[in-house]
Design a protein around this ligand. Sequence first.
Ligand code: PEP
Ligand code: MN
Length: 363
Amino acid sequence: MLVVMQAHASQEQVRAVCKKIESLGYRAHSIPGAQRTAIGVTGNRGEVEPGTLEEMPGVQEVIRVSKPYKLVSRDVKEENTVISFPQTAATFGGPGLAIIAGPCAIESREQAFAVAELVQHSGAQFFRGGAYKPRTSPYSFQGLGEEGLQIMAEVRERFGLKIVTEAIDNESLELVEQYADVIQIGARNMQNFSLLKRAGRAKKPVMVKRGMSATLEEFLMAAEYIMSEGNYSVILCERGVRTFADHTRNTLDLSIVPAVQRLSHLPIVVDPSHGTGKRNKVTPLSRAAIAVGADGLIVEVHPDPDRALSDGLQSLYPEQFDTLMAQIRQIAPVVNRIVPAIGSSRTPLQVGGASSKVQPAAD
Ligand code: PEP
Ligand code: MN
């Protein structure tokens, strides 16, 4: 159910409607848009009787939402959600592309600093690195845990890069929330509903990766879980799905980018590293992702991929990442995007376009 307020409805009227919804035992999600505020009504007690709300002052109409996803939908918010970070030009969903780069896993301070310096120089605004690694084998490197998070906090301090890192369970999420700028939920956890709900109570933006065999609807429902708990700063990430193809590790489904953008206001980025699993395919698929309209990229880069403790085969050499960035800078204007200038992750810059005032993105 969606309550659409009149364009000139006052804050007080919006508050009164939210109060009424809550008094009926539902949750009210007030989502301000460019034209008017919409209030999403969620809860698992069945449908609300629309008559009660329709008559309230400031209400334009009450719409039954037939799709299973509600808060992620453009029905609730027509314009794109832009997630921004204080003191920086880095955004998700704005005109500037979000470029996230770094190693699969944080292996040591030396390794993290070496990659961070190079990717920052090439133009990344976000640094990725796993401290908690969901590995197929229990005998593979599982990550440095909190020490890895501390190293990334130092990377942010030193290079001004924002930190994106994965939480694999409720326990690690507690820590990741303290250290990271963006909490990553991995493909294997896309349907870990208790983890999604916990991420929905976090005060940081959440990037949720598409499950290995998730449909578009299941993908959007994962984001809906997070939003239903009150965290509206959600980023989707396409990272490839399982198919019969064996020339790549996964099949990167770039068609999901326009499909998501048609249905949802949330930003979507592409991970061509896990999406292909092969270094030689990362650059071409990154170019394609930007051309198809993705809001950014998350790319694995390692100073010495042959010795990487995880995902070396799909990690770019730093020089390859630099070349990729130069190509992205050329493609971006064709699709009306920009690559924020190098070093701009430290420089406040006013970017245009619609902005999500739904919830402060960080801190
Ligand atoms: C990762 O980003 O390091 C990762 C484990 O990705 P995914 O969850 O997409 O496999
Ligand atoms: Mn990886």
